[in-house]
Design a protein around this ligand. Structure first.
Ligand code: RIB
Length: 304
């Protein structure tokens, strides 16, 4: 089994559920409050580990209770945490999350220690970046570090998966180092400057991102599934119909699953279907890391 290295964020999610998300300037009452392990990087690491990947995490936490709880939770999920740095100069990252009655959310992330992840932190995981292994990164850690990680992984023969979230409006050299670029529709629109209002726009955005240098592009479409495009063709995978409770980390479940599928040598359409199944299970449960599915849950959905 090839290994997966996730370079990314660890956040404690401070989650309030509400019957209706507030408009700008409005105050609404919440119905519950929970602190839940999250962060796009850590979520993707846990997603991949629960699905059978051998996962190591590169990242930073502060020297505080949230940081300790996040690292503990990764360990409980069999993620190798030996390269996570405890940084005593900043607090652990947090995400303020509001979840509406239909499972939709609004998220503000304060990066904290995630903002201090360095290329040197990535170097500590270099020995795990071997041909056939997969490097996964997102944009909740510094862009320079993400770019370095992708470049290093490529130079060592590893496959790179970049989830450009939260999106940036300026394309950088990172796009040329992405074997698989996995934005959602909003992120694809921000990255390309295109308006995405239908399937034709999704295809156009994917083509634009490939023209900018990404080798394969997979655009996740929420309850419409996912669209993929690469040198060998393109296609659409429909979503698995489920009742959404909380969409937080559904995209992370997808990315973690895609990484596992790539280490197992699945074709891109099959890998995307595996990702859609993982995302579908995740939206049926509340919270980020607690919602991420096991291999048998995904297998059961795939058999339906
Ligand atoms: O993708 C979901 C994640 O985004 C949350 O867990 C939150 O921490 C933010 O990083």
């Amino acid at each position: 089994m090839s290994s997966i290295v996730v370079v990314g964020s660890l956040n404690m999610d401070l989650v309030v559920r509400t019957l209706r998300l507030p408009r700008v300037g409005e105050t609404v009452l919440g119905t519950s409050f929970d602190t839940i392990p999250g962060g796009k990087g850590a979520n993707q690491a846990v997603a991949a580990a629960r699905l059978g990947g051998q996962v190591a995490m590169v990242g930073r936490v502060g020297q505080d209770a949230y940081g300790r709880a996040l690292v503990d939770n990764l360990q409980q999920n069999a993620v190798d945490v030996s390269r996570i740095v405890t940084d005593d100069s900043v607090p652990t990252g947090v995400a303020l999350i509001a979840v509406g009655a239909g499972g939709e959310n609004q998220i503000i992330v304060y990066p904290g220690a995630n903002g201090r992840v360095t290329p040197g932190d990535v170097d500590a995981a270099a020995s795990r970046l071997t041909p056939g292994s997969v490097l996964v990164a997102q944009f909740e850690t510094p862009l320079a570090t993400v770019t370095y990680a992708l470049e290093l992984a490529r130079s060592r023969g590893a496959i790179t998966v970049l989830n450009p979230a939260p999106a940036v409006s300026e394309i950088g050299p990172w796009i040329r180092h992405a074997d698989y670029l996995v934005p959602n529709e909003t992120e694809a629109a921000t990255l390309t400057g295109l308006t995405i209002a239908g399937d034709a726009d999704v295809r156009r955005a994917a083509q634009a991102l490939r023209d900018m240098g990404a080798r394969h592009v997979v655009i996740t479409l929420g309850n419409r599934g996912a669209y993929w495009a690469g040198p060998d063709g393109e296609g659409h995978v429909p979503a698995f119909p489920v009742q959404a409770v909380d969409t937080t980390a559904a995209g992370d479940a997808f990315v973690g699953a895609l990484a596992v599928a790539l280490t197992e040598g699945l074709s891109l359409p099959d890998a995307v279907r595996f990702g859609c199944a993982a995302g579908a299970v995740a939206v049926t449960r509340f919270g980020a890391q607690p919602s991420l599915p096991t291999r048998s849950e995904v297998a059961a959905l795939l058999q339906q």
